[in-house]
Write a new protein. Structure first.
Length: 172
């Protein structure tokens, strides 16, 4: 008889706790999640004494613990993947900026002023495209030979094709 009394006492304490928790939560936002979680706890609370009779309560708690463990591992993998992706994107952005500075330097060596340089890298840190808006510096040749020379130098240096380099020469 004490067994049933303890079981009922646990369920009543759970309902008192649940009622107090529901009154402390703001309306609507988390109540449905708390109700779902508390429903799961109530099912476990009701089933545990029945499983005690058959000696299977340890197996249930072990399964629940095992599922929590695997869910935590999955969450850690997702978090790690997200962090690695964010870190990789930051590195790619830094490399793009460094290459943009190099392209500007190369343009100045060819008597051109790079007003705008845009570099795109792929996931393997390879140059996908380079776009340059440049104008000749005073004393530079207006015939476009600097732009052609810069394009050739970029293609050779970054080992990319002609279609991947676009140089727009603006009037000086």
């Amino acid at each position: 008889m004490g067994f049933i009394y303890g079981w009922v006492k646990n369920i009543l304490c759970f309902y008192i706790f649940l009622t107090a928790a529901m009154h402390l939560l703001p309306r609507g936002s988390y109540q449905k999640y708390v109700r779902f979680f508390c429903g799961l706890l109530l099912v476990i609370l009701v089933i545990t004494p029945i499983l005690d009779l058959f000696g299977e309560d340890g197996a249930l708690l072990e399964k629940v613990g095992q599922e929590e463990f695997f869910q935590e591992i999955y969450n850690i993998r997702l978090d790690t993947k997200y962090l690695e992706q964010g870190q990789k994107e930051a590195y790619i952005k830094q490399y793009e900026e460094a290459i943009e500075m190099d392209v500007g330097r190369m343009a100045r060596q060819r008597q051109m002023m790079a007003d705008q340089v845009t570099v795109r890298l792929n996931g393997e840190y390879e140059v996908e495209s380079i776009q340059v808006r440049a104008r000749p510096i005073e004393g530079g040749s207006p015939d476009g030979s600097e732009a052609r020379g810069l394009k050739q130098e970029l293609m050779e240096f970054y080992q990319i094709g002609e279609r991947q380099v676009e140089i727009v020469e603006e009037g000086g």
